[in-house]
Write a protein that binds this ligand. Structure first.
Ligand SMILES: O=C(O)CCC(=O)C(=O)O
Ligand SMILES: [Fe+2]
Length: 189
């Protein structure tokens, strides 16, 4: 992928089997459905979300402000394992719950000010395999990149990826069960 630094690690070792991780994260997380403003209009996000991390940080995006909930033992343990296998450090994790095949995330870049200039984002998946899509912002000659993210995989985005590419998850016609995605980030300020 030109103008990007994207890599994937598979089969990351976890404290529980992947289906147990899914169940525990599903139950333990305090999920919220947020209304977001897009071009001045309010929408319910087509998925549930949560933010955990250092209590002194905050995260503003799409017109909403999230304050992190304190780390749980499980999230701290996952963070430690991701840090060990990526050589990066993180102070927050954003969780997304795609309840079924109708849930999605629109194309966006993770380019909020509190992520800094060239953020490192590590995105871990449990549950259903969904297709992560990447499209270049200006080069229409480049094909859409499709990456199926299986349980236990970690997608790493670094460098100038967020400047030049957008990513998202489409809803799909093929029915599927829940997917939980954890994106580890560093929030500045
Ligand atoms: O669910 C995914 O794999 C993508 C999540 C994502 O892009 C985000 O949380 O910013
Ligand atoms: Fe993202």
């Amino acid at each position: 992928m030109p103008d990007a630094d994207v890599s994937i690690l598979r089969d990351l070792e976890m404290p529980l089997p992947y289906d147990g991780m899914l169940r525990k994260l599903y139950q333990q997380t305090i999920w919220r459905q947020e209304a977001v403003r897009v071009y001045g209009k309010e929408y319910q996000q087509p998925r549930l979300v949560a933010l955990y991390g250092s209590p002194d940080k905050r995260y503003d995006y799409s017109g909403i402000r999230l304050h992190p909930l304190p780390w749980t033992d499980l999230l701290r343990e996952i963070k430690r394992r991701i840090e060990d296998s990526t050589d990066a450090t993180f102070n927050a994790v954003f969780l997304n719950l795609y309840r079924d095949h109708n849930d999605s995330m629109g194309f966006h870049s993770d380019d909020e000010r509190e992520l800094g200039k060239n953020p490192i984002i590590a995105s871990l998946t449990f549950g259903a395999t969904r297709t992560f899509l990447l499209k270049h912002k200006s080069r229409k000659d480049l094909p859409l990149v499709k990456v199926p993210l299986e349980a236990g995989s970690v997608l790493l985005m670094k460098g100038t990826t967020q400047h030049n590419w957008k990513h998202g998850i489409n809803k799909q016609t093929m029915p599927c069960g829940p997917r939980i995605n954890l994106t580890f980030r560093t929030l500045l300020g």
